[in-house]
Ligand binder design. Structure first.
Ligand SMILES: O=P(O)(O)O[C@H]1O[C@H](CO)[C@@H](O)[C@H]1O
Ligand SMILES: O=c1cc[nH]c(=O)[nH]1
Length: 286
């Protein structure tokens, strides 16, 4: 365990056990993760208000304030944690989180990544619930190098949870939501077939051909964490989902051109869906 995680352990145990012991909340803990510390703070405040907890939540404290590697907030039975960008970053956070959940004896944990992504052939603003994460070759697997060996791990997410989330989205009906494959890459630019990075070694035609192949392989969005997230949660027996809004349609271009206001509203969509889902799970009225 890293120093950051070790110093958190006592506090974490108190935090998670309080959540588990709340009689009205039942023994359910929801962990929501996403790249940006600000987004995850906003989500913590939003869910605090949605759950009708005391106050407006604006004084919520970062449980991980001792490190700037990630932020963690607690609102009732919900933990909201940032993980940075990319597989190595989320993987470190998940190792530490899963150990802490274990030491705190947490049971019945549902973990959901709420993020952003690039869509393929779907309207920008669509929320994609991932059924399986695939790699850049459209294979449903995550390759973990351990010592000098490549270990292949399963990237299947919880199908029942994905279907429950889709049902929940139909009740909100404010924005399009679908279930599809999510491609997880190691890079935002060349790794996602962008022509506008500092380096680019392929033509527009090659890029279009690749993204069309992805669409045919049932990939509906691209992001950078889902495969290791799915693999680690699957191996550790955590019920997990990935719910990402698409900021653009990659078949139309590479640059995110919507206004700040539109993008802010898009980023709220997975949060609204997850809030509605959590409220239902806790059997609160919508
Ligand atoms: O919206 P978040 O959770 O930050 O995730 C997406 O955004 C980042 C790229 O801008 C990558 O980490 C990608 O997975
Ligand atoms: O195109 C995009 C948008 C958000 N995040 C990604 O990884 N890719």
């Amino acid at each position: 365990m890293s120093i950051a995680a070790a110093s958190l352990c006592g506090r974490w145990r108190a935090v998670t056990q309080t959540a588990l012991q709340r009689p009205t909340m039942r023994s359910t803990l929801f962990v929501c993760v996403g790249g940006s510390p600000n987004r995850m703070r906003d989500f913590a405040i939003f869910i605090h208000q949605e759950l009708g907890l005391d106050g407006d939540g604006s004084d919520i404290a970062d449980i991980c304030a001792g490190t700037d590697r990630y932020s963690m907030y607690k609102a009732g039975p919900v933990l909201s944690i940032s993980h940075g960008m990319g597989i190595p970053s989320i993987s470190i956070m998940l190792h530490e989180l899963i150990k802490l959940l274990h030491h705190a004896k947490c049971r019945d944990v549902t973990i959901i990544r709420i993020g952003t992504s690039g869509g393929i052939g779907i309207e920008p603003g669509t929320v994609v619930i991932t059924d399986i994460a695939v790699d850049a070759f459209f294979r449903p697997q995550f390759e973990q190098v351990i010592l000098d060996k490549v270990v292949i791990r399963n990237t299947q997410l919880d199908q029942k949870l994905a279907e429950s989330l889709l049902r929940c989205s139909k009740e909100i009906d404010d924005f399009p939501t679908l279930i599809g494959h999510t491609m997880c890459t190691y890079d935002f630019y060349e790794g996602q077939g962008r022509l506008d990075g500092a380096l680019c070694s392929f033509s527009k035609e090659e890029k279009c051909e690749y993204l069309q192949k992805a669409y045919i392989a049932r990939v509906r969005n691209i992001e950078m964490e889902s495969s290791v997230f799915a693999a680690m949660c699957h191996l550790c027996g955590l019920k997990a989902a990935v719910v990402c809004v698409t900021l653009l349609d990659r078949l139309q271009g590479d640059q995110i051109t919507h206004s700040h206001g539109v993008l802010t509203e898009f980023q709220k969509r997975p949060q609204k869906l997850i809030s509605s889902f959590i409220r239902k799970q806790l059997q609160m009225c919508t």
